[in-house]
Design a protein around this ligand. Structure first.
Ligand code: B1M
Length: 212
């Protein structure tokens, strides 16, 4: 049985009020924030994606569910703080050119921020040129790129190439992720790390900088 059925239904229907109330109720009842995120929010978004694939729902419904998910995630944010606010390193993160999906990227930002990294989130649809410009400005230790569409994944090697051309590639580590992205793809495009989810993004980021 799904413990988060009411929450899940509310996300699917785009019912923000009920979803927020259910998230808060689950927290008040002592549910683990990671469980709410994984079993309540992310599982439901995956189901929403499957319904979209089958043609049972359309983009506006998907968008409504995404908005609800974002609001609920905000409510969970404080529960992912590690307490140690010492900066572990700077991360510049964005969703690549042509891609507007940001829920996963926002979760990765949230978890990295909670783990003590300083985050500069530059949003969605970020061109290689913009990544380069922001890298010069922010001087991050790690650049994080997210892609949710197989059609936008090529923007990742394009960005790495742009960093090389700008003489910045050796100064930063590059971590990539997103549903269609794989470890093999990361190796192929010479990214320094691939993370399959927000939790492992924290571990990978720490590994990249040699911290525990
Ligand atoms: Co879109 N969409 N979408 N969509 N959408 C997918 C991705 C899709 C798989 C749906 C489907 O067909 N089943 C499909 C892509 C197919 C493909 O290319 N393989 C798709 C499509 C086709 C499209 C459009 C083209 C639809 C259309 O217009 N016809 C269009 C494209 C728009 C564009 O970007 N240019 C589109 C639009 C949208 C909305 C705007 C409506 C909305 C996005 C809203 C938003 O993000 N603000 C949306 C949504 C919500 C989805 C689904 C349903 C959910 C994505 C999501 O948020 N998942 C998605 C189906 C699915 O994924 N099951 C789908 C939850 C999130 C927590 O997971 O993002 O995977 P995820 O992030 C994870 C990991 O991947 C990882 O950690 C995260 C947390 O654990 N991760 C990283 C992510 N980034 C990382 C970076 C890292 C490390 C780890 O390091 C830096």
């Amino acid at each position: 049985m799904n413990d988060f059925k009411v929450l899940s239904d509310a996300i699917s229907k785009g019912d923000i009020k009920t979803a927020l109330a259910e998230t808060q109720k689950a927290l008040d009842a002592g549910s683990n924030a990671s469980d709410i995120l994984d079993k309540g929010l992310i599982t439901t978004m995956n189901e929403v994606g499957e319904q979209f694939s089958k043609g049972l729902i359309f983009v506006p419904q998907m968008l409504r569910s995404a908005k609800v998910m974002r609001e609920c995630t905000e409510l969970l944010k404080p529960y992912f703080q590690e307490g140690d606010i010492t900066t572990k390193g700077k991360v510049l993160i964005g969703t690549v050119k042509g891609d507007l999906h940001d829920i996963g990227k926002n979760l990765v930002s949230m978890m990295l921020g909670g783990a003590g990294f300083t985050i500069t989130d530059i949003g969605v649809d970020i061109s290689p040129e913009k990544f380069v410009e922001k890298t010069k400005e922010v001087e991050p230790d790690i650049i994080g790129m997210s892609a949710l569409l197989s059609t936008t994944m090529p923007a990742m090697p394009e960005t790495i190439e742009a960093l090389k051309k700008a003489g910045l590639r050796d100064k930063v580590k590059v971590m990539i992720g997103g549903a269609p992205v794989t470890e093999i793809y990361a190796q192929k495009i010479t990214a320094d790390a691939y993370a399959s989810d927000a939790g492992s993004a924290v571990t990978k980021a720490k590994n990249l900088l040699g911290i525990s």
